[in-house]
Design a protein around this ligand. Structure first.
Ligand code: HEM
Ligand SMILES: [Ca+2]
Length: 786
């Protein structure tokens, strides 16, 4: 049976009205294939040609010449940024020697590749026979394990893992934007199929993944081998916020050259919507299927194309975009003489610093516990020879501990631990952290409904109040059976089976291979106390395989008992520690390096936590866990109303030489600004500045009650209507009533400064005027029951 005769390039406009299976494929491809490098298709195709030439032994050139050619193809993607700058480039180039860690680099490996044919076909059993189907293993894991909730961490812990993943890893599909030939016949070489046998839930004839884009590599034994490609800069450098190409960065930047573009929704700053961009690349890569985004909300745009994958992830993106803009406001006030590039880059470096601080001081310790942190604290940074390598007995040389490349075992297995922690229900929360709304994840993939209804503040409070499952073999139904479920179907696909298929398709070493490498490693061996103990149900799962030596890496990692105060076992811990050591010690811009920030600036950064970031940038905050990654109720809380938590003191950035001079953005050019200092871009219009200031120009609509924030004007609507929330709303908006100002909010104002009080009042009254009975809502209700 043909599954997808052709799934054409995902051009804008096509997403609406896709079949259920096409909608799932579209979502999956959105997760995999990145943005603004149209040359990716050519790079993949050219690499496949080289791989073919070498594997089919038609090449007369020596292998190292061919490998060099392949590397040149992958890296032909132009550097994004200026090597002479004192700020990090956008794509990680020029940071480490040989541009290691920049986007468009092949993954490295801790142990040798394990392909069935020794060079590129998905791994098979060690005797050459078939491995059990990935879906069969996934179902066995479900049947043989219990799902228990973590006593230690909140869902914020899990969500942060995803947010960081989207900064450092994105593996594109080999087909890029081309047609999909996967048809369950096992013939298309670009497809890795997952066979189904009397499946209890899934009605498709098979599941499949598209193989990852790869380049030719050379194994430790000197043979040719397929190596997958990372499209993102490996460094933790907020590519989620800024993108990794100059073009994308520019599109995201507001016309003043300093702020990031935002839109005002219900008086709050949201990420910009696709409709605000006059760029087909943006519309193409950020639009989603109406079978998932079924309330018709505008899609949101950020530095990474996966932003809408779930509404809590979108809220984290919103947080950091707002933090950038708050930093811009502070830096401009402190250093009026700085030009706009300086303001932008300093704000960006600050945001990157805050992210690194949260990741290394709050997140990692909870993930790898005392044993993992002992390793992190004892090696690298000059304490030992950081270039120590441990060669495998078969000659494979793993990357050195300060080589910032992403390890294939980390990307395709270890850091996917979070998939098993994702719950079925997502929540938003009120200021007092009580539940505001609960929404099923299965209905919220690529759907920003929760975010539009309740706002990013409520979503992030919900994220901190939610429980996370313990790492283990029992996924939530939403990810086990219903990943990317379209609204017209009772199921979706299986992320656990997909992860296993991906591991095999990448030729990852087995669980035993990685466990042995880690246990015997001079530094990482201390995380073990003999062979790891395994969770209940392990024996039934391992019996699925003919041979213990065949067990998939991801299966073993999920089934290890966690280490002391950790969420993961020693083998996942070893792979994760090795990766974050490398991203720390291999990054010239690591915030603790000494020459990136002044000591006063670093001590300011050390005061930042994820909870402080929320206090600073999110509406409606009250008390919240001091360390948001800890399960609610298990540790101290902080009060966002204290000035110390809510404020952003960037005095350490004061630059005495920049106290006078032309204000940022006014460098002799004829700029048109509104009274809030926002630059209004008149290019492409016949407007005068005065008209623009009065919201009378096409494409320019600013909210005077919200510091001139950009307002998205849907087609067929005027700016005036948009400002009054009177544009025909998507059905989901009709729930809103005029906001009442309750006594609790009133009491909370007592501790606010006069300015803050004014802001609160303005927000309360500038919000929604669209009632359920407005003509628009009545019309919408007629169309769709809400
Ligand atoms: C609702 C939550 C999530 C969904 C729906 C989701 C979905 C996906 C999907 C569909 C893929 C691509 C799989 C493939 O084709 O190989 C993926 C990759 C990945 N995910 Fe998630 N994910 C979620 C949360 C997380 C979390 C919490 C983490 C980590 C803590 C995580 C880490 C990763 C990693 C490391 C990859 C590999 C990325 C790449 O190679 O491009 N994800 N995820
Ligand atoms: Ca990055």
């Amino acid at each position: 049976m043909k599954l997808l005769p052709t799934l054409l390039a995902s051009s804008y406009g096509m997403e609406r009205g896709l079949s259920p299976l096409q909608a799932i494929m579209h979502a999956h491809r959105r997760v995999r294939n990145g943005f603004t490098i149209p040359v990716m298709d050519e790079i993949s195709a050219e690499n496949e040609r080289i791989l073919n030439q070498v594997f089919n032994e038609r090449s007369t050139e020596p292998l190292d010449v061919m490998v060099e050619r392949a590397v040149n193809v992958t890296e032909s993607f132009e550097r994004q940024g200026n090597c002479g700058s004192s700020f990090p480039s956008l794509d990680g180039s020029c940071n480490a020697s040989n541009d290691k860690g920049r986007s468009m680099k092949a993954y490295t490996r801790l142990v040798s590749a394990n392909y069935c044919n020794g060079r590129d076909s998905p791994r098979c059993a060690s005797n050459g026979g078939q491995l059990p189907s990935e879906r069969a293993i996934s179902l066995a894991m479900r049947a043989n394990t219990q799902r228990t909730m973590s006593n230690d961490v909140s869902y914020a812990f899990t969500a942060w893992g995803q947010f960081i993943t989207h900064d450092i890893i994105q593996t594109p599909d080999v087909l890029g934007s081309g047609d999909v030939p996967c048809d369950c016949s096992g013939t298309a070489p670009q497809c890795k199929e997952i066979s189904l046998d009397n499946d209890p839930v899934i009605t498709f004839p098979c599941l499949f993944i598209i193989r990852s884009s790869s380049q030719l590599g050379q194994s430790g034994q000197g043979t040719p081998v397929r190596e997958q490609i990372n499209q993102l800069s490996a460094y933790l450098d907020a590519t989620t916020v800024y993108g990794f190409t100059t073009k994308h960065r520019k599109l995201l930047t507001a016309s003043d050259g300093m702020h990031l573009r935002m839109q005002s929704v219900k008086g709050e700053h949201f990420l910009p919507s696709v409709n605000m961009f006059n760029d087909n690349g943006i519309k193409d890569k950020f639009s989603t299927s109406s079978a998932l985004n079924d309330k018709g909300h505008d899609e949101l745009v950020a530095g990474d194309t996966r932003v809408l994958e779930n509404p809590l992830l979108s809220s984290l993106h919103t947080l950091f975009a707002r933090l950038h803009n708050n930093a811009v406001d502070q830096l401009r006030a402190i250093n009026p003489g700085w030009n706009k590039e300086r303001v932008f880059e300093e704000a960006r470096l600050f945001v990157i610093g805050v992210m690194k601080e949260i990741n290394y001081s709050e997140h990692l310790p909870l993930m790898v516990g005392n044993p993992g942190m002992a390793v992190m604290n004892n090696i690298g940074r000059g304490k030992k020879n950081k270039n120590k390598k441990r060669t495998n007995p078969d000659g494979h040389v793993p990357p050195s501990q300060d080589d910032p490349s992403i390890r294939n075992e980390f990307a395709a297995a270890a850091y996917r631990f979070g998939h098993s922690m994702v719950p079925d229900n997502f929540k938003s929360a009120n200021t007092d952290m009580s539940q505001k709304r609960s929404a099923k994840l299965e209905n919220n993939f690529f759907d920003p409904d929760l975010l539009f209804r309740d706002g990013a503040g409520a979503c992030l409070r919900g994220m901190a109040s939610m429980e996370a499952a313990k790492v283990g073999g029992h996924y939530a139904e939403a990810t086990n059976h219903k990943l990317f479920k379209p609204n017209t179907l009772s199921h979706g696909v299986d992320l656990l089976a997909i992860n296993l298929a991906r591991g095999r398709e990448h030729g990852l070493g087995t669980y035993n291979a990685l466990r042995d490498w880690c246990m015997n490693h001079e530094d990482y061996g201390i995380m073990y106390n003999g062979l790891p103990s395994m969770q209940n149900g392990w024996n039934n799962i391992r019996n699925m395989y003919n041979n213990d030596g065949d067990i998939d890496l991801y299966v073993g990692l999920l089934m290890e008992q966690p280490m002391q105060n950790a969420q993961v076992g020693p083998t996942a811990g070893c792979i994760i520690v090795d990766q974050f050591l490398a991203l720390r010690d291999g990054d010239k811009f690591h915030h603790e390096n000494g020459d990136v920030f002044s000591s006063a600036q670093l001590s300011t950064l050390k005061g930042w936590t994820l909870s402080k970031a929320l206090c600073n940038a999110m509406e409606g905050m009250g008390n919240i866990q001091a360390n948001m990654f800890k399960k609610s109720g298990t540790g101290p809380t902080i009060n966002c109303n204290s000035r110390n938590m809510a404020g952003m003191n960037l005095e350490a950035w004061r630059d005495d030489s920049a106290q006078s001079g032309a204000p940022a953005g006014n460098e002799g050019e004829d700029v048109c600004q509104d009274r809030f200092g926002n630059t209004l871009d008149l290019s492409g219009t016949d407007c005068t500045c005065k008209q623009a200031q009065k919201n009378k120009c096409p494409g320019i609509c600013r909210d005077p009650r919200n510091n001139g924030a950009e307002v998205a004007v849907p087609e067929g609507c005027t700016c005036k209507q948009a400002l009054k929330n009177r544009c025909p709303p998507p059905a989901g908006f009709c729930f809103h009533k005029k906001q009442k100002f309750n006594s609790k909010q009133f009491a909370a104002m007592a501790s606010q400064t006069a300015n803050e009080q004014l802001r609160t009042l303005a927000q309360a009254f500038a919000t929604i005027t669209t009632s359920r009975n407005s003509p628009y809502c009545r019309e919408a209700r007629g169309l769709q029951k809400v």
